[in-house]
Design a protein around this ligand. Structure first.
Ligand SMILES: [Zn+2]
Length: 186
């Protein structure tokens, strides 16, 4: 059960929905935009938006902090099965490093979402599985990384997860996480 104080508040009044917008991919007027504002404990007001095109299935999602914008790096040692439930805000501007197993890079192809550590590990698993289908990839190394990742997910191995976001839109919401400001000292 989730503690009441850690519950994410959905500010219903601030939901914005726009339908029949111009899709940047297929050009049809079938794009739906949804923007929602949430109040996240220990992080503040956060805007979550998603785009979905009913013609070509184009989909984009992202999260953006309304209150904070300080460049930050969060580091978490995942060492117990309970740690898999730790909440993570990962925006499109975040670079995520999962030990020596792999990375989830920021950029235009990157989506933003609110998830937990398990969700981050599942994303990486998906990325690695797609690499196995790619003929260019070093299959042996990818298979090894997948094996390591599955051991972490099963709680057999610890791993350190780092999330670096220069736009300050991401966080690992746990007292166990080490938060470091990347703001340059004047
Ligand atoms: Zn489209």
């Amino acid at each position: 059960m989730e503690k009441a104080e850690n519950k994410i508040q959905d500010n219903n009044d601030s939901n914005v929905i726009m339908e029949n917008q111009h899709c940047p991919i297929c050009g049809n007027e079938t794009l739906t935009m949804i923007e929602k504002e949430f109040d996240i404990p220990h992080f503040g007001k956060t805007s979550i938006f998603s785009l979905f095109c009913h013609s070509c299935n184009y989909h984009r999602a992202d999260v953006e902090s309304i209150d904070k914008n300080e460049p930050m790096e969060y580091s978490l040692e995942v060492s117990s099965p309970e740690d898999l439930n730790i909440r993570v805000i990962k925006s499109s501007t975040a670079d995520v490093v999962i030990g020596r197993i792999g990375e989830i890079k920021s950029g235009i192809a990157s989506n933003g979402y609110i998830t937990n550590i398990e969700g981050i590990l599942n994303k990486l698993e998906h990325v690695l599985e797609m690499m196995l289908d790619d003929n260019e990839a070093d299959t042996k190394t990818v298979k090894l990384h997948l094996k390591k990742l599955r051991r972490v997910k099963a709680g057999f191995d610890p791993v350190t997860i780092k999330i670096k976001d220069l736009a300050g839109n991401s966080a690992i919401l746990s007292e166990k996480a080490v938060a470091k400001s990347l703001k340059k000292k004047k």
